[in-house]
Write a protein that binds this ligand. Structure first.
Ligand SMILES: *[C@@H]1O[C@H](CO)[C@@H](O)[C@H](O)[C@H]1NC(C)=O
Ligand SMILES: *[C@@H]1O[C@H](CO)[C@@H](O)[C@H](O)[C@H]1NC(C)=O
Ligand SMILES: [Zn+2]
Ligand SMILES: [Zn+2]
Length: 298
């Protein structure tokens, strides 16, 4: 039997455990997180709308400065509409089933096109984005910089560590074939133009990975030169139904390193979403047009 003094201690201990576990638990947003918001629309208030705002913001469709409360406001509606236009869904402005399903697919961690900065303008999104895009400001490598070096630095060991070198070699060659760039792997002793690696969770660049599924990888626009893979995915060189093709994602992320943003053409390598078990390693016409337009080769 518990003594009268032990139970407060026990309660305190249990409370402490709860606090610690909520702190440690990084909630991965899954379809389940937002399931109860299906049908929620403008002017509704519901628990979880603030998380939905965070999520839509992360995808690049909300203004950071917007209200962070649980009200489904006009900004959220317009963000969801823009997303629905981009991904060729019915433009309902509400979180319907198809929209939720699309949003929850595994994807690149780089946000799609952001606001153009004019907060007073109503049509802040570029709805015609049915092709390649550049980053705001058309970020690119200087004209004299055509030879880019790369090397590898991971904070997490992944079984594919050996394959990654040949995969990157092939992926860089695909872009070299259609641009003026050449690429060369250099030893880890050098500071390369591009650093490639596997990381898990918070890895020090302000863009923590989210564990299995959701975000798969991200890369910085020119001239940042960082390509990070989420180590918690089922990466593969020959993907089965629950695995992600490392080479397809690599070709995509190199597009970001060179200055391309997401394309809304599903067949383009620069499309943001990746299905498990599917490979898409060859550049599409849209990708080729994009890189050539950015560097004036058209
Ligand atoms: C869009 O809405 C129409 C009419 O409600 C419906 O018939 C159609 O199946 C919807 N399309 C998609 C892709 O959801
Ligand atoms: C990884 O693969 C296993 C078994 O094939 C599967 O159960 C799991 O859901 C997969 N994980 C992800 C993140 O897809
Ligand atoms: Zn991307
Ligand atoms: Zn990173």
């Amino acid at each position: 039997m518990a003594s009268p003094t032990s139970s407060p201690v026990l309660v305190l201990f249990v409370l402490l455990q709860m606090v610690l576990s909520t702190v440690e638990l990084k909630p991965t947003m899954t379809a389940q997180t937002f399931r109860h918001l299906v049908g929620c629309r403008k002017d509704h208030t519901a628990e979880g709308v603030s998380e939905l705002k965070q999520f839509v913001d992360k995808l690049g469709y909300l203004n950071h400065d917007g209200a962070k409360d649980d009200k489904f406001d006009e900004d959220l509606e317009s963000g969801i509409k823009a997303y629905q236009v981009n991904y060729q869904l019915n433009v309902t402005g509400s979180l319907d089933d198809d929209t939720l399903k699309q949003m929850m697919k595994p994807r690149c961690g780089i946000a799609d096109l952001r606001l153009n900065g004019d907060k007073n303008s109503k049509s802040v999104y570029r709805f015609e984005a049915a092709r390649y895009e550049f980053f705001l400001g058309n970020l690119k490598w200087p004209i004299s910089k055509t030879h880019l070096t790369y090397n590898f630095r991971s904070s997490v060991e992944v079984p594919l560590d050996e394959d990654i070198r040949s995969i990157c070699f092939r992926s860089f060659e695909r872009w070299a074939d259609v641009s003026r760039f050449t690429f060369e792997e250099v030893s880890d002793d050098y500071i390369a133009d591009i650093e490639i690696g596997f990381h898990s969770g918070d890895h020090g660049d302000g863009n923590p990975f989210d564990g299995p599924q959701g975000t798969l990888a991200h890369a910085s626009p020119p001239t940042g030169g960082k390509l990070h893979y989420d180590a918690d995915e089922n990466w593969s060189t020959n993907p089965g139904p629950d695995e992600i093709d490392l080479e397809s994602v690599t070709v995509h992320e190199i597009g970001h390193l060179l200055g391309l943003q997401h394309s809304m053409i599903p067949d383009a390598v620069m499309y943001a979403y990746f299905d498990s078990g599917v490979t898409k390693r060859r550049l599409n016409r849209d990708d080729v047009h994009g890189i050539r337009a950015l560097y004036g080769l058209l």
